[in-house]
Write a new protein. Structure first.
Lengths: 119, 119
């Protein structure tokens, strides 16, 4: 089920490069990747898994409510992240000029189904 | 000049709580805060300054292009961050139901002026 949802996410979002369901420990449950030069989705996800853990901790310390979503915009890419559970998140890597609004919508739409699978 | 821009940002964005120009070392140059119960903007900014430093480092390691913007959505708040330079960023803390699109637009509009001041 993860594979199918990840493929849908990447195929239906213009500019998407890859999507991954991953634990905060940096271990991916599943991923779907469009072949693109120079991008190692696994490496990107592991780097950001670590950061997300810190963001989650900060949200807890500051009592700003549970972390739900993190978006990162760089010179070349957009990274959309939605928290699925205490232990897992889903990340969508896309080109900068990609349709982030669509990607965000699809992540929101698919999150409840993915959460149910993780339980 | 920072104080004026920060005030404009907070006043013109519905749901905004406060804005801060801060270094990655967690030291604020200036901030503007609406009085709100239970939110310590300084504390929030210091926590996230640390995280931003990690995000910036990750963007460099992964060669995904320079970091420009980070958005964090929690149960209660939205945090919009725009990078100003190698050393400084501007953060806008707002209630979850606030107008993030407007906040993001204003951060983009004001960033070049703030950058010029930082030089």
């Amino acid at each position: 089920m993860f594979a199918e949802v990840l493929r849908t996410l990447v195929e239906e979002t213009s500019g998407a490069i890859g999507a991954v369901v991953m634990g905060y420990d940096g271990i991916a449950i599943d991923q779907h990747l469009r072949p693109v030069e120079g991008v190692d989705l696994g490496l990107v996800a592991v780097e950001y898994a670590n950061i997300l853990k810190e963001v989650k901790k900060a949200a807890e310390i500051l009592q700003t409510g549970e972390l739900e979503e993190v978006t990162i915009l760089t010179g070349g890419y957009q990274i959309l992240i939605r928290i699925l559970s205490e232990d897992y998140f889903i990340g969508l890597l896309m080109r900068r000029e990609g349709n982030a609004g669509k990607g965000r919508f699809l992540l929101m739409r698919e999150a409840p189904g993915l959460r149910a699978e993780l339980r």
